[in-house]
Structures are given as structure tokens and as C-alpha cells.
Design a protein around this ligand. Structure first.
Ligand code: NAD
Ligand code: TYD
Length: 342
């Protein structure tokens, strides 16, 4: 197969590429990524010199660049590229609308012109909005996004479905719950908490810390994405969940216990604006149709993830000190320092 992956230098996209190369070494993968503050080529060091893998730096809003980069008749576009952090979307929603909504449309158009066989759109359980304690988001539940991030991802989903209806684009949409695992940028809760705890720094707990997220290990997610791309039915949406919804405090206390750090590191702070109380996805459909279920228990996955951050201090230090942005500056002759500062 020939795959065109967007956002493959980020957390989930890089795991997807590493896994795909391992499982299907004869396939060709092009990784098209803008390398924002969240994109890091160090995440792909293990496949960098593989003949089946290549990297192109570009922006999904740049139609000409896409038309040049997407191979005619490619088997699939796998669309990860996005602005992905809710807190950033609260401070500046416009970039989220631009990348996540407009960027998806530009990519859909270019994929159609290049006669790509399948468009896989990576979405999120956050499009369903906040669930009450009894609710589980189903594939056909109404979409009720509540943050600018979730709203921009909802717009993107609608545009993908509109392309399916209007032009007959073969697409699949996946909605995953909160991922965790190696190589996650330490602005999201889990890696932030692990990195801060390792350095005995306080961990910000928004509000009462009783908001619920359904944690899934990124390897389980990528196994589901691979199954969906290969065998998912055209025009369908598939939920991918960890089956482990827990309050943030539970997660944070588990991290502190595994690292042998005191609970006094938990630092209650002002709540996030419009903070969604609970996400929970029903993933019966993918279990039934594609025989997928998560295999990594939260305790095992968390232990493995903590170990990875302990053993990869250089990666953490580089990311936290923006060293890799300087590296890109040298590599590509362009300053990305302002992107990080923003
Ligand atoms: P990430 O922020 O780690 O990576 C995003 C990648 O997209 C980066 O490599 C970045 O450089 C690239 N990018 C951003 N804007 C771009 C542009 N205009 N053109 C080209 N590349 C661009 O994100 P992630 O956590 O790996 O998430 C990947 C996808 O999965 C996103 O679409 C996100 O909405 C979705 N998702 C994430 C989670 C999660 O828990 N992380 C859960 C559900 C869904
Ligand atoms: P996050 O990792 O940003 O993912 P999302 O908001 O997309 O679910 O946050 C996960 C949960 O942790 C969410 O309820 C917000 C909370 N949170 C904190 O309490 N403190 C923090 O410093 C961060 C980043 C998040």
C-alpha cells in the first residue's frame, strides 16, 4: 500500500507510522507535517532511514504543496494533523479553526484530485461534549462540542462526511478517547504530571480534579486505526476507547504512587473554562465488526509510560527546552521559536 500520513511527527501519528512500518515493511509511507511545536522528528528516529518511509515538511492548508506531495492513486490519506490541545484552543481558537477545519477541507480536495482511494479522518470523543454519569457516546449520538478544539474537530468531521455525500469520497472516521504513552508532548495531563513529578514540581489540578477521561494506550489506539483503515466499512464512524474512565485525581495519584512521590505535589488551580466533566465512548461497534478491543491495562500502560519518560530524559529535556526547534531552524532555515512561544 501507499499511505500519505498528515501530522505523523506528532504523538499518535508517529506511533502509527512506527507500527505500520514494523507490520507492513513493504508498504510506502509519506509523512507530511508542518512541524509545529508539537511535531518532533526525533519521534521517528527508528524509521528515519527506512526505505519505505519519507518525510515532507508542509502545511495541510497549502493546496499546491499537497497536490505535489500526494502520490496519484495513493491507497489512503491518514489524517492526524491538527492543533490538539484544549487549553491552547481557549487562548486562541482561530488557529484551531484554520488548521482543523479549513486544513481538513483543503486536504479532502487535494486527495480527491489525486484520486486517493480512502480518506481516514482521525477525530476525537470530545465532539460528543460532556457526558453525564450514565451516558456513553455512540457513533450516532448527537454531536455537542463545548470547547473551541472540539468544535473545530466537529466541523472537520462534517466536512469529511459532506465530501462523502457530495463527491462519493470513500472515508472512515475514528473517534478515540484520551491517549497516553511514550512521546506525548508534556503539555497534556499524563506526561505533564509524570515529568513534573519526576522533578518534584507541583502538578496543576484543574478545579476539583474529578473530571473523568477514558484513558487508552496509544499502541491499542494505533492497532484499532490500522484495523479500521484496512477493514472498516466506507462511510462509517468507529469509536476507539480504553474502557477505563477514571477521574483525573485517580490518574494523578496512581502516577505519584508509582514514582514514590507525595500527594502534596497535587496543586489545585483555577478550573479550565467550560471544562467538560466526563467523556466516555461506547466502542461495541469496532469490537463487533473488526474484532478489536484494548489489550493494555491502565496499570501496565502507565508503568511502561513512566519508565519510558524516566529512560528518555534527553527527549524530555530537548522538548522542554525547545532545543528541537533550534534544530529545525538549522535544518530548514526558518525560525520556529515564535511558534513555541505562542
Ligand atoms: P499532536 O499535537 O501530538 O500532533 C499533531 C501533529 O500535527 C504535529 O506533528 C504537528 O506538527 C502537525 N500539524 C499541526 N498543524 C499542521 C498543519 N497545518 N499542517 C501539517 N501538519 C500540522 O497531536 P496527537 O495527540 O498526536 O493527535 C493526533 C490526532 O488525533 C489529532 O487530529 C487529534 O485531534 C486526534 N486525537 C488525539 C487524542 C489524544 O489523546 N492525543 C485523542 C483523540 C483524537
Ligand atoms: P488534557 O490532557 O489536556 O486532555 P483533554 O482536555 O483533551 O481531555 O486534560 C485531561 C484532563 O486533565 C482534563 O480534564 C483537564 C485536566 N488537566 C488538569 O487538571 N491539569 C493540567 O495541567 C492539564 C493539562 C489537564
Amino acid at each position: 500500500m501507499k499511505l500519505f500520513v498528515t501530522g505523523g511527527a506528532g504523538f499518535i501519528g508517529s506511533q502509527f507510522i512506527r507500527d505500520w512500518v514494523k507490520r507492513f515493511p513493504q508498504d510506502q509511507i509519506i509523512n507530511f507535517d508542518k512541524l509545529t511545536y508539537a511535531g518532533n522528528l526525533a519521534n521517528l528516529a527508528s524509521v528515519e532511514f527506512n526505505n519505505s518511509y519519507s518525510f515532507i515538511r508542509g502545511d495541510i492548508r497549502d493546496s499546491d504543496a499537497l497536490l505535489e506531495a500526494i502520490p496519484h492513486g495513493a491507497d489512503a490519506v491518514v489524517h492526524f494533523a491538527a492543533e490538539s490541545h484544549v487549553d491552547r484552543s481557549i487562548h486562541g481558537a482561530a488557529e484551531f479553526v484554520s488548521t482543523n477545519a479549513l486544513g481538513t477541507q483543503v486536504l479532502l480536495d487535494a486527495s480527491r484530485h489525486r484520486k486517493v482511494a480512502r480518506f481516514m479522518h482521525i477525530s476525537t470523543d470530545e465532539v460528543g461534549g460532556s457526558m453525564n454519569s450514565e451516558e456513553w457516546l455512540k457513533e450516532d449520538s448527537p454531536l455537542k462540542p463545548r470547547s473551541p478544539y472540539a468544535a473545530s474537530k466537529t466541523a472537520a468531521e462534517h466536512l469529511v462526511r459532506a465530501a462523502g455525500e457530495t463527491f462519493g469520497t470513500d472515508f472512515v472516521v475514528t473517534r478515540t478517547s484520551n491517549n497516553y504513552g511514550p512521546f506525548q508532548f508534556p503539555e497534556k495531563l499524563l506526561p505533564l504530571a509524570i515529568c513534573n513529578a519526576m522533578e518534584n514540581k507541583p502538578i496543576p489540578v484543574y478545579g476539583d480534579g474529578m473530571q473523568v477521561r477514558d484513558w487508552i494506550h496509544v499502541e491499542d489506539n494505533c492497532r484499532a486505526l490500522i484495523a479500521t483503515l484496512r477493514d472498516g466499512r466506507a462511510g462509517q464512524t468507529y469509536h476507539i476507547g480504553g474502557g477505563f474512565p477514571r477521574p483525573n485525581r485517580y490518574v494523578l495519584e496512581s502516577i505519584l504512587a508509582l514514582l514514590g512521590r507525595p500527594k502534596s505535589l497535587l496543586a489545585p488551580t483555577k478550573d479550565r473554562l467550560g471544562h467538560d466533566r466526563r467523556y466516555a465512548v461506547n466502542f461495541d461497534k469496532i469490537a463487533r465488526e473488526l474484532n478489536w478491543r484494548p489489550l493494555i491495562s491502565f496499570q501496565d500502560g502507565l508503568r511502561q509510560t513512566i519508565r519510558w519518560y524516566q529512560e528518555n530524559q534527553d527527549w524530555v529535556k530537548a522538548v522542554r527546552s525547545c532545543q528541537y526547534l533550534n534544530y529545525y531552524k538549522e535544518q530548514y532555515g526558518e525560525s520556529l521559536a515564535s511558534a513555541k512561544a505562542a
